[in-house]
Design a protein around this ligand. Structure first.
Ligand SMILES: N[C@@H](CCC(=O)N[C@@H](CS)C(=O)NCC(=O)O)C(=O)O
Length: 204
């Protein structure tokens, strides 16, 4: 049985969402980040990164949310999470990389300097640059989504999990998307029953 290490309101939701989309059973191990459990030797022995999510499948231990979503999509092709057609597959990889390295990165900078980093390391002066970078990438995404429902190919994929989850973060942080196209996309993706099922599973 697959085993997911996660914690509610973290990126592990991307992995549990993918598992729910694939409709496969999995064990869920809750790691309390607030209590520092991810930095304890027991967890570091599983994932030296000291971060969530982690997926365990037999002797494979996999970290990084984008890698996990892709692994689930490839292990369960009927899920459609990773497209099989070459062009849609190429788009899938492009938009997954965009999600992690372009869209999430400025948002994560904002969040880290707001409340994640130790107080003495927080620098409020990074805000304008991070907001500017995020707005720029949001514009790129908006242009791409004109006239289409999903980022890669014609159907929902794991890239929509990564991008949808990141847009959900922005909305949660009261950062307006200021775009009807993106608001409709976010509604479409974030209203999927598998996401709600994953949230409930993570809450326990
Ligand atoms: N690039 C990683 C980031 C993982 C990450 O930073 N996870 C956070 C939770 S959202 C975490 O576990 N933080 C614990 C820590 O840094 O101590 C991914 O996408 O999986």
């Amino acid at each position: 049985m697959l085993k997911l290490y996660g914690c509610s309101r973290t990126r592990s939701l991307r992995a549990s969402w993918a598992l729910e989309e694939a409709g496969v059973p999995y064990d869920y191990a809750r790691i309390d980040l607030a209590r520092g459990e991810a930095r304890q030797p027991a967890f570091l022995a599983i994932n030296p990164f000291g971060k969530l999510p982690v997926l365990v499948d037999g002797d494979l231990i996999l970290a990084e949310s984008a890698a996990i979503v892709t692994y689930i999509g490839e292990k369960f092709p009927a899920s459609g999470l990773v497209p099989e057609a070459r062009r849609a597959r190429a788009e899938y990889f492009q938009w997954s990389a965009f999600a992690i390295s372009e869209l999430e990165q400025p948002l994560w900078t904002l969040v880290k300097h707001d409340f994640v980093l130790p107080e003495e390391l927080r620098v409020q002066a990074v805000r304008p640059a991070a907001m500017w970078e995020f707005a720029r990438m949001v514009k790129v995404l908006e242009q791409h989504l004109q006239g289409r429902n999903y980022v890669a190919g014609d159907t929902f994929t794991g890239a929509d999990i990564l991008i949808g989850h990141t847009l959900g973060w922005a909305l949660h942080a009261n950062i307006a998307l200021a775009s009807e196209v993106l608001e409709q996309y976010a509604d479409r993706v974030l209203s999927r029953p598998a996401l709600e099922a994953a949230r409930q599973r993570e809450l326990g």
